[in-house]
Design a protein around this ligand. Structure first.
Ligand code: CDP
Length: 233
C-alpha cells in the first residue's frame, strides 16, 4: 500500500461517519467531502422549486444544472462544520430538515443524479489528500482508494445520536420517528438498483456502537499516519 491520498468512508444513515471523518481529515490535514450534502442539496432544490421528486427526468435535469459548493464554515457559532451553498445560497441547515430526510433516498436512487454527483466527487478526489464520505465511495466513486472504511452502529444507537443532534440544535425531536426514518433510508439505500449501500470487499468495518467519537477518530488516524508518512504498510 502506498502513501494514502484518498480515504473512502461509507456507512448507513446517522452512523456518525461525517463527524468522525471530519475530525480525521482535520487531524491529518486532509480535505473533507461529505457527499450526502450533495444529494441533500438536490433534494432541497427540487422541493423549493416545485419539481416532483418522483419525476426522475425532471430531478435529473435539475441536478445537472445546480451549482453546489461545500466550503469551510462561514459561521462557526451556529454549530456548523462547513457551509453548503446551493446556487450561491446558504442551505447548510435547510438540507438537514426532516422534509429532506424524507425524500433524499428517492432522489439519490436515480442513475442520472448519481452519475452527475459522482462525476463531481471524482473531480474533487483528484485534488488528493481527501477524506470522502458517503454510501458508495469505496465501491463506485473511488474504488482504488488505498484505505476504505465502513462505519456502522446499531439502528437504535444511530437514531439516538440523530435525536441528540436535533435536540442540541434546539429542535423538538421524536425518537421513534427518527428511528423509522433511519431504518427506511437504510432499506432504500441498501436495496436500490444503482450503487447500493454496502461495504467494499476490501473495506475495514468499524462498529462504533457504544464508542466515543474521539476513540474512533484515534483508531483511524492510527491506521493512516504510518502509511501517510512512510508510504509503506
Ligand atoms: O447524515 P446521514 O447519514 O443521515 O445521511 P447523508 O450521509 O447526508 O446522506 C443522505 C442520503 O443521501 C442517504 O440516505 C442516501 O440516500 C444518499 N447518499 C447516497 O446515495 N450516496 C452517497 N454517496 C451519499 C449519500
Amino acid at each position: 500500500m502506498g502513501a494514502i491520498n484518498v480515504i473512502a468512508i461509507d456507512g448507513p444513515a446517522a452512523s456518525g461517519k461525517s463527524t468522525v471523518s471530519q475530525q480525521v481529515a482535520r487531524e491529518l490535514g486532509f480535505l473533507f467531502l461529505d457527499t450526502g450534502c450533495m444529494y441533500r442539496a438536490v433534494t432541497l432544490a427540487a422541493w423549493q422549486r416545485g419539481v416532483d421528486v418522483m419525476n426522475e427526468t425532471a430531478v435529473t435535469h435539475l441536478a445537472e444544472r445546480l451549482v453546489i459548493e461545500i466550503q469551510p464554515a462561514t459561521n462557526e457559532e451556529d454549530g456548523r462544520h462547513y457551509t453548503v451553498l446551493l446556487d450561491g445560497q446558504d442551505v447548510t441547515w435547510e438540507i438537514r430538515t426532516p422534509t429532506v430526510d424524507a425524500h433524499v433516498s428517492q432522489v439519490s436512487s436515480y442513475l442520472g443524479v448519481r452519475q452527475e454527483m459522482v462525476r463531481r466527487q471524482r473531480a474533487f478526489g483528484k485534488r488528493g489528500q481527501v477524506v470522502m464520505v458517503g454510501r458508495d465511495i469505496g465501491t463506485v466513486v473511488m474504488p482504488d482508494a488505498p484505505l476504505k472504511l465502513y462505519i456502522t452502529a446499531t439502528a437504535a444507537e444511530r437514531a439516538h445520536r440523530r435525536w441528540q443532534d436535533r435536540q442540541n440544535q434546539g429542535h423538538t425531536a421524536d425518537y421513534e420517528a427518527i428511528l423509522a426514518d433511519v431504518e427506511r433510508r437504510d432499506e432504500i439505500d441498501s436495496n436500490r438498483e444503482h450503487s447500493p449501500l454496502r461495504p467494499a470487499a476490501d473495506a475495514i468495518i468499524i462498529d462504533t456502537t457504544g464508542r466515543p467519537v474521539e476513540e474512533v477518530v484515534a483508531e483511524i488516524v492510527g491506521m493512516v499516519r504510518p502509511l501517510a508518512v512512510n508510504g509503506k504498510p
